[in-house]
Design a protein around this ligand. Structure first.
Ligand code: SIN
Length: 329
């Protein structure tokens, strides 16, 4: 009788354990970002969500929060360290409080095109930079492209002198601040979610961004001129917290990374397409005039902004800058 009782209680315990395991809630992965869904980052995040929710069904559940619905870029990394969000992809310009190394990506006229950006990011120095946030409890999982930035304004900008005295919204980056100060403009650090209203109400005169962001956030509707400068890069670092990432079961982490790499490749393709199609859509809208610079005019911008490199060479490291320059060859 005693034997029967204890066998029954072992069986009951085992059944309970099994059903608890079967009912274990999937790991929640919240992916927060600030742009629209019809952008390279928006599409990449959706692709990642769909791949993971299919491949790791029942184990991981990804939810995507676009348009700064959950956190703006000024708060998301703090929230990540507190475990309130597990993944984000802020622009590389928004990590300044965590590392000075990623400032390299903000140097004006550093990369001649996106192929050079790829060579640098995928090379040894670019890969090393993925670890530059480790001491702060964050891990870079990969780079995602948006593309090269253009200057939009409520007046026509052809040479640096045209920007003198104008107020430009910038991301939270001292390099970008120096870049605008270099041409006598007034840079103002503001979150992405406020840019449209600031432009619409004429609280600021202009901003810098990619074709995709200018189109998807309708900046072109309130900015009569866009100068095609391709003067800087707007790419992203897909980031997670070390605590979350290292706490995952190995098989789950491996599958998440694989799905992320596929989603990034997909997002990069969209970035290249959108750089062309959103530019064209803006031209076709007739709302904003796209100004193409002559080689001589562009050279004036290059020369006016170039002193920024020297200003930040110590913080970033001259060797790293040389390595990025090499990727243009
Ligand atoms: C983004 O593309 O994530 C936002 C860029 C910006 O703040 O201008």
């Amino acid at each position: 009788m005693t034997l029967l009782k204890s066998t029954l209680s072992i069986l009951a315990g085992a059944t309970l354990l099994l059903s608890t395991q079967l009912m274990a809630a999937p790991i929640e992965l919240k992916f927060s970002h600030v742009v629209a869904e019809n952008t390279p980052k928006g599409q990449m995040a959706i692709k990642f969500r769909d791949l993971v929710n299919e491949r790791l069904a029942g184990k991981v559940k990804v939810e995507v929060f676009p348009n700064a619905q959950l956190f703006g870029d000024n708060k998301v990394l703090e929230a990540m360290l507190l475990g309130d969000v597990q993944m984000a992809a802020p622009s590389l310009s928004k990590f300044e409080r965590y590392t000075s190394k990623l400032q390299i990506f903000d140097l004006p006229f550093l990369f001649k095109d996106m192929a050079a950006v790829d060579r640098f990011q995928q090379g040894p120095d670019g890969q090393q930079l993925l670890n530059s946030l480790k001491s702060k409890g964050l891990i870079g999982l990969g780079y995602l492209h948006n593309g090269l930035k253009q200057l939009s304004a409520d007046k026509m900008l052809k040479v640096p002198e045209d920007a003198r005295g104008l107020k430009f919204r910038i991301m939270s980056s001292d390099v970008l601040q120096a870049q605008f100060e270099q041409v006598g403009a007034i840079p103002i650090k503001k979150p992405f979610s406020e840019v449209f209203t600031l432009l619409q109400t004429r609280a600021i005169d202009g901003q810098e961004n990619t074709w995709s962001n200018i189109y998807s956030k309708k900046f072109y509707e309130v900015q009569p001129y866009i100068t095609e400068t391709n003067h800087g890069l707007l790419d992203y670092l897909v980031v997670t917290s070390t605590e979350f990432w290292t706490g995952l079961p190995d098989d789950v982490r491996t599958e998440l990374k694989k799905s992320l790499d596929e989603a990034i490749a997909y997002g990069n393709k969209i970035a290249a397409q959108k750089a062309r199609s959103d530019r064209q859509a803006i031209i076709d809208s007739g709302r904003s005039k796209v100004i193409e610079l002559t080689a001589a005019e562009r050279q004036q911008w290059v020369e006016a902004m170039k002193p920024v490199w020297k200003k930040f060479s110590k913080e970033i490291g001259q060797d790293l800058i040389n390595s990025a320059v090499q990727s243009n060859q």
